[in-house]
Design a protein around this ligand. Structure first.
Ligand code: ZN
Length: 502
């Protein structure tokens, strides 16, 4: 391979080191840092962000990228071509967004986030609204700087889901909504709906930690290449193929909360750990999109974690930790209790059926906001209207409505749709895995998940960013992303659990 391309890899590796160091500071801030460290940490992050931005827009990087893009050697090697494509995409964006706008977004994001915390705590929308209006304005400027073919929202979406277009997603999500609303109506009419009571009780954090580690070990998570800690909001942070950490939080009265956070974050971590190690530090060695990332967390959380065979294995593990609570419990009853569908106001507490309706509410609102079709002042009323229409609920307070999520306060617009993409990809990928692994149910019932992980590594994790997300989906599942595998899964599972025809 020519030395211009090798130089490109060298520069990309340094950018990756800077970015993963930034990630380490973020992990430390959420997990370890004492409260008074916050100001100094903000400065460290701002300095590092500026260095990173300078590296990304540096002229030498532009030169070696252009030379590599014109090289026949590079074109002949799909991994090298993908590296050039991905690096060019990231650099184009960095070059187009002016440095003062990057700084303004960072500054206003910090202020808006602080205002959001107070606004949510006091249910005081007016405290957050002016900050949000500033951020929306800055994000509209960012979209204009990045450029778009049809609507500004596409330019923001592209940062998280490269190549995705709002109009396509809106059409896909409309089909999903039209499929889900009648399911929800039918489940409401069930004569004997399950309850989650079997998952409630008193569970010491130390005991939940034991169960959580057993489940992660069964999934194939390598504690020599990771850690499990507690933080306010569960998350996964990967620095390199030898260090991918997860966090969880425990509710001492509700076992599902921490356990399913472990399965979710464990799924994210397995994806990061399965990325091609020999490409570590290269653009092609990174996650392809947030939608594919989320597909891996949701696959383990819901398709595996809330399946009948896996819950039957879990029942035995739970009985070993809490014999007096679980020894006599019927695994079938526990399975039903893990699959309660109940429309609720809060997205992060939502079940498999209603979760995507929460996302559709958010995407419709932020798309209109970025397009300038609605104003920040309209949001509380618009939120109530949509939650009533899709979930059938009245929203009593803004803290249970438009103020509930942190995303907009960070300036994350175009991020929410990746959650629903993750759900759709997870169902389609899991259906493909099933076709290749005929013994999967028996394996899950025995807590043996190695074949499933092996299949995911070979087909989803191993390619890294070699293919774009939509291309990967076609290669692995034989078809474009569709709502059908997800709707089939929901109808089959919940029709049976609720005893209704769907
Ligand atoms: Zn996730």
């Amino acid at each position: 391979m020519n030395d211009r391309y090798l130089r490109l890899l060298g520069l990309a590796g340094e950018i990756h080191d800077l970015a993963s160091t930034m990630g380490l500071l973020e992990w430390d801030q959420e997990v370890m840092m004492p409260p008074r460290g916050v100001e100094g940490r903000a400065r460290q992050r701002a300095t590092l962000a500026a260095v990173l931005h300078d590296r990304m827009v540096d002229a030498e990087l532009g030169d070696v990228l252009a030379a590599s893009a014109a090289s026949a050697d590079v074109a002949a090697d799909p991994w090298a071509a993908a590296n050039v494509r991905e690096m060019a995409r990231q650099r184009d964006r960095a070059v187009k967004v002016p440095r003062e706008l990057v700084a303004a977004l960072a500054r206003e994001g910090t202020l808006a986030q602080q205002a959001w915390v107070a606004a949510r705590q006091h249910d005081d929308w007016a405290r957050f609204a002016p900050h949000l209006a500033t951020l929306v304005d800055l994000k509209r400027r960012e979209a204009a700087a990045v450029g778009y073919a049809t609507e500004p929202y596409d330019a923001l979406l592209d940062e998280y889901e490269p190549g995705a277009k709002a109009a396509d997603l809106a059409a896909l999500f409309a089909r999903l909504r039209d499929g889900l609303v009648p399911v929800l109506d039918a489940l409401r009419g069930a004569a004997r709906p399950p309850t989650a009571a079997l998952w409630r009780g008193d569970f010491a954090e130390a005991d939940q930690d034991i169960l959580g580690r057993q489940v992660l070990a069964a999934m194939g998570y390598d504690f020599a290449a990771g850690r499990l800690d507690v933080s306010a909001h569960p998350f996964t942070q990967g620095f390199n193929p030898g260090d991918v950490r997860i966090t969880t939080r425990y509710d001492v009265h509700d076992l599902q909360s921490g356990l399913y956070a472990n399965l979710h974050e464990g799924g994210h971590a397995l994806y990061e750990l399965g990325l091609p190690a020999e490409r570590a530090g290269q653009p092609v060695g990174a996650a392809v999109s947030l939608g594919i990332h989320e597909s891996q967390s949701r696959l383990w959380e819901n398709l595996v974690g809330r399946s009948r065979p896996f819950v039957s294995w879990l029942a035995g593990e739970m009985a070993a930790v809490w014999p007096e609570r679980y020894e006599a419990v019927d695994p079938e009853a526990l399975y039903r209790a893990a699959n309660v569908v109940s429309p609720s106001l809060i997205r992060i507490e939502a079940d498999e059926v209603t979760y995507n309706l929460h996302i559709i509410v958010r995407m419709e609102i932020e798309r209109a906001l970025v397009a300038g079709e609605v104003q920040v002042a309209d949001l509380p009323a618009l939120w109530r209207e949509k939650v009533k229409a899709y979930l059938g609920l009245d929203v009593p307070t803004d803290r249970e409505g438009v103020l509930q999520d942190i995303h907009w306060s960070f300036g994350l617009f175009g991020y929410f749709p990746t959650y629903t993409l993750g759900n759709l990809y997870s169902a389609q990928l899991f259906a493909a895995a099933r076709r290749h692994l005929p013994d999967l149910d028996a394996q899950m019932a025995a807590g043996e998940l190695g074949d499933l992980l092996g299949w995911l590594r070979a087909n989803v994790h191993g390619p890294g960013s070699l293919y774009r997300a939509d291309e990967l989906c076609v290669r692995v599942t034989g078809r474009e992303l569709s709502v059908d595998p997800f709707l089939d899964h929901v109808r089959r599972k919940f029709g049976e659990v609720y005893g209704v025809a769907l």
